[in-house]
Design a protein. Structure first.
Length: 372
């Protein structure tokens, strides 16, 4: 048995992509979806708590509104399609889950709902209560109000963020591909499936292909690896699994074919939330010495900063970037962007004269920072 067994995972998030749920003509693939719901119901009856992150609203709405390009020709079309399709999507989930004796709940969230700490905690409390009551939450991004700039843009990362908020132990991404390959299997027949990833590094990221196989969804392997980073940092395993067969969860249990990203040791909730943040207001680039200090658990001092970008206020989330351009950490800035710029590269004994007041101990304190 693999490190991640979905039959014993106490709390599980299952993400369903658009191309699996919606046929090319814009209709629901009802027989397939019925088989998936049967799998889910079997697990709930066995005592598992399950939430679903479901794509498909835009694809369903585009058919009903007769919109071109699957409803994605413009932001306005996508919003209209989402508003129309979401009601149909929730109806079919409620109907099929109800036929198995399960109660469905709908949760529509925006990026801000999970990036703002207070709203994140509210969403977390709602999810926890629904799951404890045996309800199956069906979650989607609220695309009818999301903008191009402020949105997840794919449900892979949304599923990982939901797993974090729900305190889930595992995530399954049902996909149009059965896992991560060392090269693109569509162009290289000898590509090898990577069945287990212990650490997401540059080599793993280089294997990703940004395209969505069906052309219907908005995610690709890049988004799935980004989702794996969020989930594993929060202590949840993540599996990429083919959703093509009927009863896809039972098929995965039998074959164990897929890619599992192994969870890290569970981080404190606040640190996990920081690490999973997607909307940093700015970046602080640091030198090699500061990067080494961060890796040993130290705070980020102004002396180690080399460049500041973005317009952020004190308390905003910022990304901390190493000299090679790779994001090393995320944290809450102790200064606004102008003050941080003035302090860049300065020693502690120089900072009071620059600021006109006693400086704080760090640009980003270790208590408000998470390595990524």
């Amino acid at each position: 048995m693999s490190v991640f067994d979905p039959t014993t995972c106490p709390r599980l998030i299952v993400k369903v992509g658009s191309s699996l749920l919606v046929a090319a003509d814009g209709t629901v693939r009802r027989a397939w979806l019925t088989s998936l719901v049967a799998d889910l119901a079997e697990r709930v009856r066995a005592g598992q708590e399950i939430a679903i992150v479901s794509s498909g609203a835009i694809a369903l709405g585009a058919r009903r509104l007769k919109l071109t390009k699957g409803g994605r020709a413009s932001l306005e079309d996508a919003q209209a399609a989402a508003a129309t399709g979401q009601i149909a999507l929730s109806q079919v989930w409620a109907e099929l889950l109800g036929a198995e004796g399960l109660t469905a709940a709908q949760m529509l969230v925006t990026l801000d709902d999970l990036e703002d700490r207070r709203r994140y905690l509210n969403a977390s409390a709602t999810l926890g209560r629904l799951l404890s009551l045996g309800v199956v939450p069906v979650i989607n991004e609220n695309d009818s109000v999301a903008t191009a700039e402020i949105r997840f843009g794919d449900n892979d990362r949304l599923a990982a963020r939901v797993a974090q908020a729900a305190g889930a132990h595992g995530v399954i991404l049902l996909s149009d591909i059965d896992g991560l390959y060392d090269s693109n299997p569509n162009t290289k027949p000898n590509a090898t499936l990577i069945d287990r990833v212990e650490r997401i590094d540059a080599k793993i990221e280089a294997m990703a292909d940004g395209g969505s196989g069906s052309g219907m969804g908005s995610g690709g392997m890049v988004s799935k690896i980004a989702a794996a980073r969020i989930a594993t940092a929060a202590g949840a395993h993540l599996a990429i699994v083919s959703g093509h067969p009927e009863h896809p969860l039972a098929a995965y249990q039998a074959s164990e074919r897929g890619t599992i990203f192994v969870a890290e040791r569970t981080a404190p909730a606040r640190k996990a939330w920081l690490a999973g943040g997607l909307t940093a207001k700015g970046e602080i680039t640091i030198d090699a010495g500061a990067a080494k200090a961060l890796s040993s658990g130290k705070s980020l001092l102004a002396a180690g900063a080399t460049f500041i970008t973005g317009a952020f206020a004190r308390g905003d989330l910022v990304a901390i970037v190493g000299p090679d351009g790779r994001t090393l950490a995320r944290g809450l800035s102790e200064y606004d962007a102008a003050e941080a710029t003035a302090l860049t590269g300065k020693r502690s004994d120089e900072q009071a004269d620059i600021l006109g007041y006693a400086p704080r101990s760090a640009l980003v304190h270790r208590n408000h920072m998470a390595l990524v």
